[in-house]
Design a binder for this molecule. Structure first.
Ligand SMILES: NC(=O)c1ccc[n+]([C@@H]2O[C@H](COP(=O)([O-])OP(=O)(O)OC[C@H]3O[C@@H](n4cnc5c(N)ncnc54)[C@H](OP(=O)(O)O)[C@@H]3O)[C@@H](O)[C@H]2O)c1
Length: 278
C-alpha cells in the first residue's frame, strides 16, 4: 500500500501501447482510479524513420487511455514535451504559446496531447524537458563517463532548458493527485496542459560543467575537469531530428493553479549525482 493507494505498475508485456484492444482490456480489468502514462516512443532520432510506430505509441495510445479514463470517471496523468515547440521564441514558453513541432517525435507527442483533450476525460498533461533519473541513461551519467575517459569534452552551448529530475516530476504528480484529485471535487479538477520543469535554465554546456564541478566536489576523480568542457554550437553536431534551441518552459500556471513551487535545477541534479556517485 503506497501513500496514494495501491499502485499497479504494468510493463510493455502487460500493457503494450501499440495494441489498442489489449490496452482497453487492461484498463477495464484493473479499473484504476488514476492512470499514469509515463511510457512513450522516446527515441527522437529513430522516430524520423519510424513515424507509424511513434504515432501509434505517442499519438494514438494516450487517446485510448483518455477514452477509457472518461468511461471510468478516472484521472489520466500524461507526460508531454518541449518538442511540441519549435524553440525559436526568446523567452520561456507558456502553455498557450503556438506549437510548431519540428520532428516526428514532437508531432507524435502533440498528436497525443490533442487525442487526450478530445476524449473529454479529466486529464493532467505535464509538458516537461531535459529529464534525468537515477535509473537508466541520462545526460549527467554520459558526461561523467566521458569525463572519466577523455581529457576534454565538447558540449552544445546554444540550446537552453532546465534539467529536471524524474523524482521532481514524480513528486509534483503525487502532490497534485493527493491535494487536488483524491481530496477535491473531480468535476472541479483543473484539467489541461501544464509546464513542469525545474527553476532556472542553462545550456547543455552549462549543465555538463555543473555536473563535473559537483562530481569533483564529491571527490570523484575525472580526466576532464569542468574547465576542459569546450562550448560548441549545435550546428557542429548534426542529428537526424532537430532539437529546439529554446526548451525553457514557464511554470507560472502550475504554481498559480496547484500552488507548486519548483526548486532550482541545480538542486535536483546535485541530489541525482549524490545518488549516482555515492
Ligand atoms: N527524457 C526526456 O528528456 C523527456 C523530456 C520531455 C518529455 N519527456 C516525456 O516523459 C515521458 C517519459 O520519458 P522518458 O525519457 O522517461 O522515457 P524512457 O526512459 O525512454 O522510457 C519510456 C518507457 O516507455 C516504454 N514503452 C515504449 N514503447 C512502449 C510500448 N509500445 N508499450 C508499452 N511501453 C512502452 C518503454 O518500455 P521498455 O523499457 O520496455 O522499452 C520505457 O519503459 C515521455 O512521455 C516523454 O515523452 C521526456
Amino acid at each position: 500500500m503506497a501513500p496514494l493507494g495501491d499502485v499497479i505498475a504494468l510493463d510493455r508485456a502487460a500493457c503494450d501501447l501499440t495494441q489498442p484492444d489489449q490496452l482497453r482490456r487492461t484498463v477495464r480489468e484493473y479499473r484504476p482510479a488514476i492512470i499514469v502514462n509515463a511510457a512513450a516512443f522516446t527515441a527522437v532520432d529513430k522516430a524520423e524513420t519510424e513515424p507509424e510506430l511513434a504515432f501509434a505509441i505517442n499519438g494514438v495510445a494516450p487517446g485510448i487511455l483518455a477514452e477509457e479514463a472518461y468511461a471510468l470517471g478516472s484521472l489520466l496523468v500524461h507526460y508531454s514535451t518541449d518538442y511540441v515547440f519549435d524553440g525559436i521564441a526568446q523567452g520561456a514558453y507558456v502553455e498557450t504559446d503556438a506549437v510548431n513541432p519540428q520532428s516526428v517525435y514532437g508531432r507524435s507527442k502533440l498528436a497525443g496531447e490533442h487525442a487526450v483533450a478530445e476524449a473529454g476525460a479529466q486529464a493532467l498533461v505535464l509538458r516537461t524537458c531535459w529529464v534525468a533519473g537515477a535509473h537508466g541513461g541520462n545526460f549527467a551519467k554520459t558526461m561523467l563517463r566521458l569525463a572519466s575517459e577523455r581529457e576534454s569534452l565538447k558540449v552544445i552551448a546554444d540550446q537552453f532548458g532546465a534539467p529536471t529530475t524524474a523524482s521532481l516530476i514524480a513528486d509534483v504528480t503525487a502532490q497534485i493527485v493527493a491535494r487536488h484529485w483524491l481530496t477535491g471535487s473531480h468535476e472541479a479538477f483543473p484539467s489541461g496542459v501544464y509546464h513542469l520543469a525545474a527553476a532556472g535554465d542553462t545550456s547543455w554546456h552549462g549543465y555538463a560543467v555543473e555536473v563535473l564541478r559537483y562530481a569533483r566536489e564529491l571527490g570523484v576523480e575525472l580526466k576532464a575537469n569542468p574547465e576542459k568542457v569546450e562550448a560548441i554550437s549545435a550546428t557542429a553536431y548534426p542529428l537526424p531530428a532537430p532539437r529546439p534551441a529554446n526548451s525553457r518552459l514557464d511554470t507560472t500556471r502550475l504554481r498559480e493553479i496547484f500552488g507548486i513551487h519548483l526548486p532550482p535545477w541545480e538542486q535536483g541534479i546535485h541530489h541525482l549525482l549524490d545518488l549516482i556517485l555515492q
